[in-house]
Design a binder for this molecule. Structure first.
Ligand code: URA
Length: 227
């Protein structure tokens, strides 16, 4: 279904797709909630959310963490990258994407004409899952309200989901990453694109080409539309 919001760039043409209502993360009521995250004022600022995260015990991941990893970056960034959850280096430092995957992400960002410090970088879950396993549905549900608050406060121009967990969580779908990428979605009015997680691309070099296509799509959203 077309929205009429069609863009044409020198090397890429796409039509923003309106995703079925069931897949749109629109009303907060449709999102999983967590008592810990909901028991806060809607006007909390980012620092207040980080403080809530630091003392969060809403799921079992809190037991194994060294540090919470709320995310970092400025307000109104061109892109908010959303990953899965902290790894070992992130757990040690309290900063997102600073390990091998982060160093790889740092190489992607200049390809869309940005610096890391231009962007906001966050994760679906804010505590490291043991042995870097995928976060479980109940852990994602407990943590998601923090991410929702962060997106609403940060107000990014675009969102880029890094990997299946971030994409499925924000789009509230079980579709595969391969099926989700290559399109532009709307997350509460914010254009959202999906690409592979940097860790997956480090393991599987054939994913580099689709990632490059996804990054071009993301970059096209940041350019003024043709008249
Ligand atoms: N992988 C993620 O998804 N997030 C990080 O912060 C680091 C690695």
């Amino acid at each position: 279904m077309s929205t009429g919001f069609s863009r044409k760039r020198a090397d890429i043409t796409f039509t923003q797709r309106v995703i079925p209502a069931a897949h749109v993360v629109g009303a907060s009521a449709a999102l999983p909630t967590s008592k810990a995250a909901d028991a806060t004022d809607a006007n909390d600022d980012l620092a207040a959310v980080a403080k809530q995260i630091a003392s969060c015990v809403a799921c079992g991941l809190c037991a194994g963490r060294k540090m919470t990893v709320p995310g970092e970056g400025g307000m109104n960034p061109p892109v908010m990258f959303v990953g899965e959850g902290p790894g070992e280096e992130e757990d040690r430092t309290g900063r997102p994407f600073v390990g091998a995957a982060g160093q790889y992400l740092d190489k992607w960002i200049p390809s869309i004409g940005l610096k890391r410090t231009d962007c906001f970088i966050a994760n679906v879950v804010k505590c490291r899952p043991p042995q870097n396993r995928e976060p479980r549905p109940e852990e994602i549900a407990a943590c998601l309200p923090y991410l929702v608050k962060q997106i609403r406060q940060v107000r990014p121009r675009t969102i880029c989901c890094l990997g299946r967990i971030a994409a499925q969580t924000l789009l509230q779908t079980t579709s595969s990453l391969g099926a989700l990428r290559g399109k532009v979605y709307s997350w509460q009015g914010i254009p959202l694109v999906v690409t592979y997680h940097p860790s997956a691309v480090l393991r599987e070099t054939e994913l580099r080409k689709p990632v490059w296509e996804d990054l071009k799509l993301l970059k096209s959203l940041l350019e003024p539309a043709e008249s």
